[in-house]
Write a protein that binds this ligand. Structure first.
Ligand code: ACO
Length: 337
């Protein structure tokens, strides 16, 4: 049977470390509020005043993943790029990454599913692999949030949450009788909550996508009904976790590490409690990076392997995420071939 297995992972964080105290110089906020409400201590932003696109961060993460996998860029059959912050409105960030990798014909596909983007991207890659259409897929999640945040007090509820970064995975199809690789996936979306977390502008639905009048609305910055999203996460993450375990005919005892999206440490602490698993079975790094959206899960995957928390020869991990759309998803992945 054809299975999609991870051959290499990589991550890249830009060099500018922004502390909560740094943010308190830009807006009315403080370290205590941010840590208590979110768990975040620092995040990494691209260098101030420089032009650095999402595809630039993705390139660095991709180079590391390719190195780990022993792949050359020419080996890639397909690039799938998950981001809500593409370099420009169009074409997609995948096309920019493709040319930066020195490729000229490799297909490139962008996925716009926000915090759930990486899991939608992995699932898309898995479907292509199992269909036989492509065998070696570079799956990337990358974001530059810092250039799109309202860094005044008016935007503080959102601005303190987000960090820039990139993560990448080389996913390859192999023939095996073993129950390894991507074992089961569940993807969900509920558009009735689309307005609860969004970036409105530029918007093609308006006679003019962006103009001085529209800019006065502040719609060029992300807005969020944080409390609503928080409550949805508390319910839907445990639900989908049990659903994906059921689909795989597994229980939480079969999982070595739960790697959830990093939107708020309090969400993940409540999620841990509801699942009833010990703290060492859930990985969190929001304290360092904030919410890096589509980049979060591949960054975390790369870190857990590097830190020896996940064994790239045998561990079984459960990945889960929820974010704008509303979209949410879960995936069970078993290392080994
Ligand atoms: N610093 C200081 N005070 C602040 C800040 C800040 N940065 N932000 C908000 N406040 C104030 C508010 O104005 C409010 O003051 P008030 O009581 O005088 O009105 C008070 O703090 C409490 O605000 P709440 O919004 O109720 O705070 P809450 O505890 O809900 O935390 C948060 C807000 C962190 C946004 C939380 O709701 C959350 O994490 N929500 C879910 C986020 C999420 O999962 N998003 C999905 C992924 S993102 C994506 O998909 C792109």
């Amino acid at each position: 049977m054809k299975r999609s297995v991870i051959k290499g992972t990589g991550r890249y964080l830009p060099s500018r470390c922004v502390t909560n105290d740094d943010l308190s110089k830009m807006m009315d906020t403080n370290d205590e509020w941010i840590q208590q409400r979110t768990g975040i201590k620092t995040r990494y932003w691209i260098p101030e005043g420089e032009t650095v696109g999402t595809s630039d961060l993705a390139l660095e993460a991709s180079k590391k993943a390719l190195d780990n996998a022993g792949w050359k860029p020419e080996d890639i059959d397909l690039i799938i790029f998950a981001t809500l912050s593409p370099d420009i409105f169009f074409p997609g960030a995948g096309c920019f990454l493709q040319t930066k990798l020195g490729l000229t014909e490799t297909p490139a596909l962008d996925i716009r599913q926000q915090c759930t983007g990486f899991l939608y991207a992995m699932s898309t890659a898995d479907a292509y692999i199992r269909s036989g259409m492509y065998n070696k897929v570079l799956v990337v999640g990358a974001e530059v949030h810092s250039t799109g945040l309202d860094k005044t007090t008016a935007g503080r509820d959102v601005a303190v949450l987000f960090g820039d970064g990139a993560g990448a995975v080389c996913l390859e199809g192999i023939e095996t009788d073993k129950n390894v690789g991507i074992i089961s996936t569940i993807l969900k979306a509920d558009g009735q909550y689309a307005e609860k977390l969004k970036l409105e502008l530029p918007a093609s639905k308006y006679p003019e996508r962006i103009n001085a009048e529209l800019l006065k609305t502040g719609g060029q910055y992300p807005t969020m009904d944080g409390t609503r999203i928080f409550k949805l996460a508390l319910r839907k993450l445990p639900e989908i976790t049990h659903e994906v375990l059921g689909k795989a005919e597994m229980t939480l005892d079969d999982i070595d590490m739960v790697i959830p999206h990093q939107a708020n440490l309090r969400i993940n602490e409540a999620y841990l409690k509801t699942l009833g698993i010990p703290a060492e079975k859930m990985f969190n790094n929001i304290q360092k990076y904030g919410n890096t959206t589509a980049a979060t899960i591949p960054i975390a995957l790369d870190e857990t392997i590097e830190q020896g928390l996940v064994d790239p020869k045998s561990s079984t991990v459960l990945l889960s995420a929820l974010g704008a759309g509303l979209t949410w998803a879960a995936m069970i992945y078993r290392f080994g071939e």
